[in-house]
Design a protein around this ligand. Structure first.
Ligand SMILES: CSC[C@@H](O)[C@@H](O)C(=O)COP(=O)(O)O
Ligand SMILES: [Zn+2]
Length: 212
């Protein structure tokens, strides 16, 4: 067990809390759903404790876990989905922040497709790293939900290694969005971009097709 004391950098904790409160204010993290983390180094992340109210998160609601999903302070209970965060940090050393939301559009859209959500024709696609035109097609991978989070993380690893995750986010069916970025700012832009795009797609579906 890694019980090393870790001094949490105040600026990082405050930046993470600020983005989580913003997300909570959008109603993308209701009923304690969602979890949020930030890389501290190549072995540790700062992550939300389990079952905290994300709309009014405090820096004291954060804790440090290592990439083996162990809490440095064993008296604190880390997010139930810590293993997905730590898997992403290990898959890509450039990932600096992982944000997991439970919005209505992401949840319903993920239940209406099989393996991916295809997004085409929206200017907002450019909010997602690597996308430069509405004429491209953004494919967001969808994973079946699983209460066994380490198993779900392994499935993410498998698809990642096959090259099948090429956007800064993925959906878990009937559950929500995981989005990431090199820092909190970029991860927030990705969450906002995805949530906007999912909302557009869902509203188009409700309207019975494209509104063009
Ligand atoms: C309110 S149910 C949501 C949880 O089961 C889970 O999916 C979630 O996102 C929050 O879990 P948490 O342990 O608080 O990080
Ligand atoms: Zn969740």
């Amino acid at each position: 067990m890694d019980t090393k004391k870790f001094d949490i950098p105040a600026d990082k904790a405050e930046a993470l809390v600020e983005v989580v409160r913003f997300i909570g204010g959008q109603n993308w993290s209701p009923a304690t759903g969602g979890n949020y983390s930030l890389r501290l180094d190549n072995f540790h992340c700062l992550i939300t404790q389990s079952s905290k109210d994300k709309r009014n998160l405090q820096t004291s609601d954060l804790m440090v876990c290592n990439f083996n999903n162990q809490a440095l302070d064993p008296t604190l209970k880390p997010s139930a989905e810590t293993a997905l965060h730590t898997k992403l940090y290990q898959l890509d050393s450039e990932i600096g922040c992982v944000l997991h939301t439970h919005s209505v559009p992401a949840t319903v859209l993920s239940r209406s497709v099989s393996e991916q959500v295809r997004i085409h024709g929206f200017e907002m696609q450019k909010a997602l790293y690597g996308n430069t035109s509405h004429t491209e097609t953004v494919c967001v991978s969808v994973f079946d939900n699983n209460q066994d989070i380490p198993a779900l993380a392994k499935e993410v690893e498998r698809k990642w290694q096959q090259g099948n995750i090429n956007q800064p986010g993925l959906l878990v069916r009937g559950h929500g969005l995981y989005a990431w970025g090199r820092d909190v700012f970029e991860a927030r832009r990705h969450v906002e971009g995805f949530e906007f795009l999912f909302s557009c797609l869902w509203q188009e579906r409700l309207a019975g097709g494209m509104l063009l």
